[in-house]
Design a protein around this ligand. Structure first.
Ligand code: FE2
Ligand code: FE2
Length: 298
């Protein structure tokens, strides 16, 4: 509830983002009994992998917002200030979008609420260490969401493997992750964040994210009675992490993060963003009917 209140307040206070290409959009989707259990490629492992990722997003994205907000007052550049407003608004609305989806899955006896609670404890512990560490972890995780988001938009057999309305949820989120991928990075740079902290935190973050995702996916598979479905799970694992697996193919771009002179905009997604803005929210936008106007936020 608190989150929702924060979300609404944040959104109302952040009209600036649109000026710099980071407009918060509230997309409201309806999940019902027609939503298939295995909504990703009719495969349990891949479905639960992306559902586990969704389970991490509400707490994860609030953590990003706290990390960036801490440094907000140190930023002088008016464009970056506007971008921060857009970033905060977008992430707050993603939290809400994924909360709706997670609640729906939780009602199907999948333990998303429990995973959310456990992650909250972990992230509140990180909060206590140092704000610089939180921001370094945020740019590390935003690197993941930027790579995953652009890949989802770019690869038709990826977003095409999702049934609606999940395809709508993930493509909307993917578009906005791509739009705001450099914001936390620029805040980190402009407030004196250094290379060693960035690279070291990325290594730590990757290990923790890998462990958390393995745990969360395993929990969902077990709750669904699919943990020992060897054939389907091998198929799903191969699709994600095999030699030509979806995530394996992202490794070179992931490693770019460790280049001392790297900037997220080095991965040029300008055309991709333009294409998907039009596809989802243009004249004939696929998500226009799910889009709530700013007025309805009050
Ligand atoms: Fe997000
Ligand atoms: Fe993000």
């Amino acid at each position: 509830m608190t989150t929702q209140t924060q979300t609404e307040n944040t959104t109302v206070r952040t009209p600036l983002g649109a000026r710099v290409g980071i407009p918060p959009r509230r997309v409201s989707l309806k999940y019902d009994t027609t939503t298939p259990a295995y909504w990703y490629a009719n495969n349990a492992l891949q479905t639960h992998f992306w559902s586990a990722f969704s389970a991490l997003l509400p707490e994860g994205e609030q953590f990003f917002v706290r990390a960036v907000r801490h440094y907000r007052d140190q930023i002088q550049d008016p464009d970056l200030k506007a971008a921060i407003a857009g970033f905060i608004g977008q992430e707050a609305l993603h939290t809400q979008g994924h909360q709706d989806f997670n609640t729906f899955l939780n009602d199907r006896n999948l333990p998303l609420a429990q995973i959310d609670k456990q992650l909250k404890v972990l992230l509140e512990t990180v909060d206590k260490v140092h704000p610089r560490l939180c921001l370094a972890a945020t740019i590390s995780l935003e690197h993941f969401t930027a790579l995953l988001g652009a890949q989802l938009l770019r690869e038709e057999d990826h977003h095409g493997s999702m049934t609606e309305p999940m395809r709508g949820l993930w493509t909307w989120h993917a578009l906005e992750e791509t739009e705001h991928k450099a914001v936390a990075w620029d805040v980190y740079q402009q407030t004196g964040g250094g290379y060693v902290m960035r690279a070291g935190t990325m290594v730590l973050t990757t290990v923790i994210l890998g462990a958390v995702m393995t745990y969360a996916t395993g929990r969902l598979l077990a709750a669904d009675g699919q943990l020992l479905n060897v054939r389907e799970n091998a198929k799903g694992l191969n699709a994600l992490f095999g030699r030509k697996g979806r995530l394996t193919r992202l490794v070179p771009k992931f490693l770019d993060f460790f280049r001392p002179d790297f900037h997220p905009n080095d991965h040029d997604d300008t055309a991709l963003v333009a294409e998907w803005r039009e596809k989802l929210f243009g004249k004939e936008g696929e998500l226009n009917s799910a889009l709530k106007t700013a007025k309805s936020l009050h």
